[in-house]
Design a protein around this ligand. Structure first.
Ligand code: ASP
Length: 352
């Protein structure tokens, strides 16, 4: 006859409940818990953006477009979508708008052409992709993502980048699609100023500030705590043909690392390249223990300022805190987060 061994059964029950408890603990462990602190921050360029130069109607048009872009990205994050999808779709809205210096409405180079740059970086894998000097890709940020996902390279340029994008079925456009009269007039004005200086025998034509605001950038953190940053631009008005700025350079115009932060830059690109501005923000957080705001302030108001550069940065850290900074009159910018914050700003600095 089977003898019931009570202490033995009790021990087995205890062991089973211990194991299932371990399972629960594992499920609840912080790395598996969904991060609710998702957030998205955007910029539409920095420069001499002054209230007195803008009518209320114009301002509303800019604000509405920034809000539309922000909402598209926010909704993706809110529904559990990835930070990359949010960054891509948000930037697509701004690239498709002639208001900004990216995609349609990109600025013209000295040869009267529109050459666009874009980049994206994934803070989880540190994988990145970029394109430079492209003239026909409707949404250069999509091509940057394609380079990241479908090649072993980080940056493709010019015709090679365009052939690659076409081969993979990205939407291509004729140069007339990107043309806007406003940007073309800016080129003529910049070239007029340059000519006047040359006639006066002033050689240092680099002194002319042809910085046209309108570059677009976005940084997002999704519900998994993954940070992605992206930037897209036409560069600077009257730039030399073939010139590549900071926007497609990982570490200069764009950087993301889940251990620290994600950053997108705008401004006179050469200075952001020389200071490796976006990566420097991350470094200051990692190695000098600076907070996000302090790191941005150091890069903009010390590193960039010292060299004579102008522009701004947007960023968010691994906790979903958002920050921005700039040393220009204004920067088109905005952010939304899981706590219901929804801010659009254009002029003087107001920290989030
Ligand atoms: N940083 C861009 C470039 O130098 C321009 C800008 O952000 O306005 O190409």
């Amino acid at each position: 006859m089977l003898k019931i061994n009570l202490p033995y059964i009790f021990a087995i029950c205890l062991w089973i409940s211990f194991i299932s408890c371990q399972g629960n603990i594992k499920k609840e462990s912080p790395s598996k818990v969904k991060n609710t602190a998702f957030a998205i921050v955007i910029h539409g360029g920095a420069g001499t953006i002054k209230k007195e130069n803008m009518s209320d109607a114009q301002e509303t048009v800019y604000r509405d477009k920034l809000q539309e872009a922000l909402d598209v990205g926010f909704d993706i994050l809110n529904q559990g979508g990835s930070a990359e999808k949010a960054v891509q779709k948000t930037i697509n809205i701004l690239e498709d708008s002639p208001l900004f210096n990216a995609g349609k409405g990109a600025v013209f180079n000295s040869a009267g052409q529109q050459e666009m740059d874009a980049s994206i970086m994934d803070g989880n894998t540190l994988n990145a992709g970029a394109v430079a000097g492209v003239k026909h890709i409707k949404n250069p940020i999509n091509a940057a993502i394609l380079v990241k996902d479908s090649t072993r390279h980080v940056l493709l340029s010019g015709k090679g980048a365009e052939d690659f994008a076409k081969l993979h079925g990205l939407k291509m456009e004729d140069t007339t699609y990107f043309y806007t009269e406003k940007r073309f007039q800016s080129l003529l004005k910049a070239q007029g100023k340059e000519q006047a200086l040359l006639e006066k025998n002033i050689k240092n034509i680099e002194l002319i500030d042809n910085h046209q605001y309108g570059t677009v950038g976005c940084v997002a953190m999704d519900k998994n705590g993954n940070i992605v940053a992206g930037t897209s631009t036409g560069g600077m008005t009257n730039k030399k043909y073939g010139r590549i700025g900071d926007s497609p350079i990982i570490g200069a115009g764009t950087y993301a690392n889940n251990q620290t932060c994600g950053v997108s830059a705008t401004g006179t690109g050469e200075f952001f390249m020389r200071t490796l501005a976006a990566h420097q923000v991350s470094n200051l957080m990692q190695f000098k223990n600076l907070g996000l705001k302090e790191a941005l302030a150091q890069v903009i108001h010390t590193d960039i300022d010292t060299l004579g550069g102008t522009g701004g940065l947007i960023a968010l850290d691994k906790y979903g805190n958002v920050a921005w900074d700039f040393n220009t009159e204004g920067m088109y910018r905005g952010y939304r987060n899981a706590n219901g914050k929804n801010i659009i700003e254009i002029y003087k600095i107001k920290h989030p």
